[in-house]
Design a protein around this ligand. Structure first.
Ligand SMILES: C[S@@+](CC[C@H](N)C(=O)[O-])C[C@H]1O[C@@H](n2cnc3c(N)ncnc32)[C@H](O)[C@@H]1O
Length: 219
């Protein structure tokens, strides 16, 4: 019985991995789908509180983009989009593709503390667009969000633990912000910072669970 269940799980997981990760790379000739465990990172930087690299699902990024575009409406383009823990850049790439389809120009930045991932993100971006995009090598704990002088859309695909999430939210402070949180293991930290939940979706696979929060008070 358990062999049957394991075989079924294997087939279902392989199907989703192909549809939601590998297909994106095949279509765009990018390299984002290969997972990298944090134990494999060779870095002089502290990797405390961080999690492994694996790419977001294509359908989740599309859903979240559609939801926020519809929710924020005309002001959407004025928000600076930040993928915190961008890895190989897939979210930034697809966010820009979706923006271009709608004729939207928006600042898009990816940050990751593992330099080889940033190099891959830049190279992936160059394959789709005419430049290497805006990818920063650094720890999100040191990032100056205020310097962007814009309201923020923060994308989190299970990048770090609750300590780092708390640190990031402290740094964001009162900047008007939407937080997209896929695999939202530490969502309680957002509640503790008085963020309101405006969207919730779940599915049979953990990659299909997304919550969206904001610190903007509705009038
Ligand atoms: C699950 S991956 C998400 C990749 C990408 N956002 C996506 O959705 O395809 C998490 C990433 O967060 C990065 N990360 C973890 N902690 C970080 C930190 N404190 N500062 C910057 N990057 C971090 C890891 O290196 C890893 O690439």
């Amino acid at each position: 019985m358990s062999i049957l269940k394991n075989s079924k799980d294997f087939v279902v997981n392989s199907f989703y991995n192909f549809k939601e990760r590998i297909l994106f790379d095949l279509v765009h000739r990018t390299t984002s789908s290969q997972r990298l465990e944090i134990e494999q990172f060779i870095s002089t930087m502290s990797l405390d509180h961080g999690k492994a690299y694996y790419a977001s699902w294509t359908s989740e990024i599309k859903n979240n983009h559609a939801f926020l575009m519809n929710y924020i409406k005309d002001d959407f383009k004025n928000y600076h989009f930040l993928d915190l823990g961008c890895g190989k850049g897939k979210v930034c790439l697809l966010w820009n593709i979706l923006n271009q389809k709608k004729g939207i120009q928006q600042n898009i930045t990816g940050i990751d503390f593992y330099y080889p991932l940033i190099q891959i993100a830049k190279s992936n971006y160059r394959k789709l667009f005419s430049d290497e995009g805006h990818f920063i090598h650094g720890n999100v704990a040191d990032f100056n969000f205020l310097a962007l002088k814009k309201p923020l859309i923060i994308y989190l695909f299970n990048p770090f633990d609750e300590y780092m999430l708390d640190c990031v939210l402290n740094k964001i402070g009162k900047i008007p912000t939407y937080v997209v949180y896929n695999i939202p293991m530490h969502w309680n930290v957002l509640s503790n910072h008085a963020y309101q939940r405006i969207y919730a979706k779940s599915g049979s696979n953990q990659n299909q669970t997304t919550l969206i929060y904001t610190n903007i008070k509705s009038s």
